[in-house]
Structure formats: structure tokens, C-alpha cells
Design a protein around this ligand. Sequence first.
Ligand code: NZQ
Ligand code: ZN
Length: 384
Amino acid sequence: MNNFEYCNPVRVVFGKNTIAKLADLIDPARTILLLYGGGSIKKNGVYEQVQAALKGRKVIEFAGIEPNPRYETCMKAVELARKEKVDFLLSVGGGSVLDGTKFIAGAIPFTGGDPWQILTSGGGALQSALPIGAVLTLPATGSEMNCFSVISRDSTQEKLAFGNPKVYPAFSILDPEITYSLPQNQLRNGIVDAFVHVMEQYATYSINTPLQDRQAEAVVRTLIDVAPDVLSKKDYDSRANFMWAATHALNGIISCGVVEDWSTHMIGHELTAFFGVAHAESLAIVLPGMWQHQFANKKDKLAQLARRIWHVVDGNVDTQARAAIEKTAAFFHSVNMPTRLSDYNISKTDIEKVIERFRQRGTTLGEHQAIRADQIREILTLCL
Ligand code: NZQ
Ligand code: ZN
């Protein structure tokens, strides 16, 4: 097992009617900036619950953080927060609102020039951050219990991630009933995003980490088991199990001491930046092609996945690993998630933009740092 440090300071408040607990979770002396997205919280009653819990508090609002939160929008919130001297940020929304809030929390006190440097430095340039609380309305990203954030910039068509322990939320409220208002495509996206998060921390090569392997398998097995009910009914137990599984998929616990490979996410982010496909949609396109291309590196773990998750017993390691790729694609299709670039009319010519960007950055991806621009062309060609 590799060396690691693990510390997760997020207080998770999970269950029915937990939004009311905001009253106890936020110090009454704070001036709160309440951040939200395009208005879903005003249609499903969440906004009213937040207002009721914060009655009598000093609350300033900032609405309009969009899916794939934009730097340009976040900077408007930074301006407002500085003007109003807010000292607590409350995110009420999905991963995008929370990611935007994390960036805003670091950008408000930033004194080193353009806060975009927080992104270009991967989080290293972040100096300090305002405290953050979250009411999560969409299970998917794990942002509610991690210190990562992904921000897009219109002017440069970039989508960059940063991580810094200073932006862990102080608390995250997870009420599964809030998910009842989610449309089918967002539920599907959440299931697939969480599934791929687990795979980026699992489908590499084994360094003898049986506990982490079993923990990762528990998360994906739970996602597969609950998916049909999540998509077909408003049932508390399946939503609760989905929500908690999605949190576990990226809260740092399954990555302790293991070998990770986030190349599907890195390539997926560029598909979103250039072609506007949703985050989870981009992952479902890239993952099967990535596994085919990286078959030799990943086949032992893929075969283990096939045996333990889908009970594939026949054949050798190669056959079982191929079964894992097929069954993963079939799982994506079962939740109505397309898996090809052509499903979004993205052509062989279009993908050259993505390849050129990786070439310019000189990025190397993969658990052996062996995936460069030319290999990314081969991978995306398998995804056409
Ligand atoms: O904006 P509103 O009106 O709230 O509507 C949102 C949005 O349109 C809607 N929604 C959210 N909760 C709802 C709801 N509609 C009805 N009922 C509810 N309860 O859903 C739409 C999508 O929301 P968004 O926050 O964009 O989705 P998600 O949580 O999937 O976040 C995606 C973003 O997270 C990043 C992605 O790249 C993308 O930008 N990621 C963040 C990560 C992290 N911080 O660790 C890791 C991930 O890999 C990912 O990259
Ligand atoms: Zn993701």
C-alpha cells in the first residue's frame, strides 16, 4: 500500500427534514452569502426551507451559478461578497453551485492578482478561504465531502480543477427527499458520474489493497442495485442509498493508499469545454474506449471487477476483463446514457481540438504516465 494521509473534516448531516438544522450549524453572528443555481430550489421548496431555517439572519443572495460553473459568473459573486463583507458562504444546489462556492471562497480573500491562478495552479495558489456550508440537491460529484472544485472559463474554453483542504465544507446537509424533483437525465448523470469516480480509483493495477478494493466494489454494487428504483420511482430508501454511495465515491476514503488514474475525467473535461456535453455524458463516452486502449495495464483489476460485481466466472483474465468493459457499457445503456461521440455528433475532425490542447499542455495521463496526445487520439478514435 502507498503512504497516505487521510483527514475529512466535513460534518455530514443526513436524512429527512435536515435543512432546518442550518439554524444550529451557522453561527448567528455571520453575514451569509446564499449561493444557488438557475432556480430549481425555488420550484421544489428547498429555498423556503432554507429561508425558514435562517429567519432573522443577515442573508445576501447570489443566484445563477450555472451547470459547469463559469469563472465569469463566480467573479460577480466575489465582487458582491467583498462589497457586503460576507463571512460565510452557503451553497444550495448541485455540484456546480458548490464548486463555484469553493472557488468564490478562495477568490474573495485572494491578493495575488487574478484568482484564476487558483485553477491554473491546481489549488496551490489559494491563500485562504471563507468558511463554506452546503445543502446538496443532486447526488453525483462528491463535492459535498471533498475539497475539489471544477470551474469553466468561457473566454478561453477551459475547464480546470483545483483541490485544497481549505475549501472542505464545514458541513453538508444531505436530505434524500430533495432529489425527488430531479429530472431523469440528472439522476442518470449522477449515477454514471459516481460510478466513474470509483473506477478512476480502482481500475488501475493492484498493489494489494483488499480493504479499499472491497470498499470501492461496495459503492459500485450499491449504485448498480439502486439505479432501477432511482430512475423509476420516488422511493426514500433508494434515493438515500444513492446519495450516500455518491458521496463515498469521491470523499477520499477509497483512494487511500491506492494507485489512481483520472485520465477519463481529464479527457472528459475537454469534451465538455469544447462541445458542451454534460460532465457524466463525457465520462460515459471516454471510459469504455480508455479501458480498451489501456487493456494490458488494467485487465487484472477489470477481471476482478467482472468476477465480484457481475459474478463472471468463466474464461481467463482477458475474457473476464473484456466482460467488465461490456457490462459497464451495458450498465450505462440501462440508465439511458449514450456512450459514443457520434451520439452527440462529435466527429473525428472535431476531436483534433482536444488532442491539440493536450499536445500544447504537454500533459501525461494514466497510472504509468504513458498517455500523451497521440494516445488520446487513439482512445477517442475508439469512442467515435
Ligand atoms: O441550477 P439549478 O436550477 O439548481 O438546476 C440544476 C442544474 O440545472 C439541476 N438540479 C440540481 N438539483 C436539483 C436540480 N433540479 C431539480 N431538482 C433538484 N434537486 O441539475 C442541473 C445540474 O446541476 P449540476 O450542479 O451542474 O450537476 P452536478 O452535481 O452533476 O455537477 C456537475 C459539475 O461538477 C463537476 C463537473 O465537472 C460539473 O462542472 N465535478 C465536480 C467534482 C468535485 N467537486 O469533486 C468532481 C466531478 O468529477 C465533477 O468534475
Ligand atoms: Zn466526475
